[in-house]
Design a protein around this ligand. Structure first.
Ligand code: GSH
Length: 226
């Protein structure tokens, strides 16, 4: 039995990554949403030896934490589910860019937090954020050009690499970042992906507000409030 602990769907980009990868793999799992900064959140991690962070997967009593470790765990345990691309060169690139996402882009992540209910509005950014964005777009264009022929995602069909970059696609849209045509089409494909659509629909209904993820604070701009 698999249980995936996640945070608030509106804000928790790391939870979204693991959740999308699990959904795409079509492995049955139970989802448990832990609202941030609640006693319920802290209690869920007791005795597991993991950090108090989501996502956390518990598989037959064994805890696996950190989005990329969860993805690798699922890929190992369900090798026929196509978590990573089937082609070896594509898979090598998919793993590389997923690791790059996992360890990188701090300026972009800090300046443009995932916030699914924020109306699409530009946010000015400096050179450091611009450099992160330029690298993301370079990655997307390279993957699409080399391996994207079979579908709208980075390696054609949806893979763990798309799960890793989906929250970035939302940020680029939310903060109205100008995009080249290839990247714009990719952002569109992520926003049309049915699992993502379901996640966002749930996220924008939530009522918990995280001040540090609201860049217009103390104003909380919400699409539904318009
Ligand atoms: N490197 C971790 C990052 C996990 C992480 O930072 N999760 C955040 C939410 S997106 C968290 O649980 N924060 C705890 C809190 O805000 O109390 C991963 O890839 O899963």
């Amino acid at each position: 039995m698999l249980t995936l602990f996640i945070g608030n769907k509106n804000y928790s980009s790391w939870s979204l990554r693991a959740w999308l990868a699990l959904k795409a793999s079509d492995v049955a799992f139970e989802e448990r949403l832990l609202p941030f900064h609640t006693p319920e959140f802290a209690a869920a991690f007791e005795g597991l030896g993991s950090p108090h962070r989501v996502p956390l997967l518990v598989h037959d009593g064994v805890p696996v934490w950190d989005s990329l470790a969860i993805i690798e765990h699922v890929a190992e345990r369900y090798p026929d589910k196509g978590v990573w691309p089937g082609d070896r060169a594509a898979r090598a690139m998919a793993r590389s860019i997923s690791a790059e996402m996992h360890s990188g882009f701090p300026n972009l992540r800090r300046h443009m937090p995932m916030n699914l209910w924020r109306p699409v509005e530009p946010r000015a950014y400096g050179e450091d954020v611009g450099a992160d964005i330029a690298r993301v777009l370079e990655i997307w264009q390279a993957a699409r050009a080399a391996f994207g022929a079979g579908g709208p995602f980075l390696f054609g069909r949806f893979s763990a690499a798309d799960a890793m970059y989906a929250p970035v696609a939302t940020r680029l849209r939310t903060y109205a970042v100008p995009l080249d045509p290839v990247s714009a089409a990719y952002v569109e494909a992520i926003h049309a992906e049915p699992n993502f659509v379901a996640w966002k629909a749930a996220g924008v209904q939530e009522t918990w507000v995280e001040a540090h993820d609201e860049v217009d604070w103390p104003v909380v701009k919400r699409e539904s409030a318009e």
